[in-house]
Design a protein around this ligand. Structure first.
Ligand code: B12
Length: 215
């Protein structure tokens, strides 16, 4: 079945039709902004996750779906970068997925989006321990640290990192932004983070607000 709509691409991602999905991404790049395309693909992964949750899919499907998404984001990255103001550096953001959590696709997308908008992004990858976040904030003098978590078992780690930054005496120097499928504003308030970002665009808005950029 050819991909003719965003609903079709959700199905194609779920059915792991890699070649068709990547060809569709190439076509869509001529037609609309790269983040819109990424959103459509993410909806596919969400659906795939739902099928995993209800027992129709297993780990291999999850892995392959993630790989297709990563390849698609690679295709989108030049367009994402070109859409930003790469000349002006607005500040530094340390970004990572917390310890115990291997989901890095979402935070990579956020990182590319922030970099495209003129931020220096230090992407620490996934499974990042609190002490590493502390060391990188100290080393880089970052204004913002972004913490991603996708598992109910790892969201507590976001709280531990907030505490570790405070214990290191850095809490007044760095703003803390949290995100990932299990995070929300209430959790941000509860653990004493400065903001919550729902997706890449929201993350960019929140980072701008945290460093005092109005546009
Ligand atoms: C792909 C995937 C995997 C891949 C990850 C590959 C990779 N390199 O990332 C693999 C196969 C490794 C995996 C493994 C597991 N997974 Co998984 N996975 C997914 C899936 C299908 C998609 C996640 C994704 O990448 N989405 C696309 C991106 C773009 O979205 P996103 O990550 O949410 O990011 C967006 C926002 O959240 C936000 N954001 C993200 N980070 C940040 C950070 C900041 C600072 C900000 C502001 C914003 C922000 O912006 C992003 C862009 O819009 C989800 C389903 C889902 N609904 O999320 C399950 C899901 C997260 N996984 C789940 C589970 C259970 C697991 C495993 C435990 C399975 C197992 N039994 O082994 C393991 C855990 C491994 C580990 N220790 O981490 C559950 C989690 C349930 C829960 N609430 O705890 C989910 C929800 C599936 C489900 N419905 O059951 N998984």
């Amino acid at each position: 079945m050819p991909i003719e709509s965003d609903a079709d691409v959700v199905e194609a991602v779920c059915e792991l039709r890699e070649d068709e999905v990547l060809a569709w991404v190439g076509e869509q790049l001529e037609l609309r902004p790269p983040l819109e395309i990424a959103d459509a693909l993410a909806a596919g992964l969400e659906q795939l996750g739902a099928r995993f949750a209800d027992g129709r899919y297993f780990i291999p499907e999850l892995v392959m779906g993630g790989e297709i998404f990563a390849k698609a984001i690679e295709l989108l990255t030049p367009a994402l970068e070109a859409s930003g103001s790469v000349l002006k550096k607005h500040g530094t953001v340390v970004m990572g997925t917390v310890k115990g959590d291997l989901h890095d696709l979402g935070q990579n997308l956020v990182s590319v989006t922030l970099a495209a908008a003129g931020f220096e992004v230090i992407n620490l990858g996934c499974d990042v321990a609190p002490e590493r976040f502390v060391a990188e904030v100290e080393r880089t003098g970052a204004q913002v640290v972004g913490l991603s978590a996708l598992l109910t078992t790892t969201m507590q780690m976001q709280a531990e990192i907030v505490d570790a930054l405070a214990a290191a005496g850095l809490r007044d120097r760095v703003r803390i932004l949290i995100g990932g499928a299990v995070a929300n504003q209430r959790w941000a308030d509860e653990i004493g983070a400065d903001a919550y970002g729902a997706d890449a665009i929201d993350a960019l808005d929140k980072v701008k607000a945290l460093v005092g950029i109005n546009t």
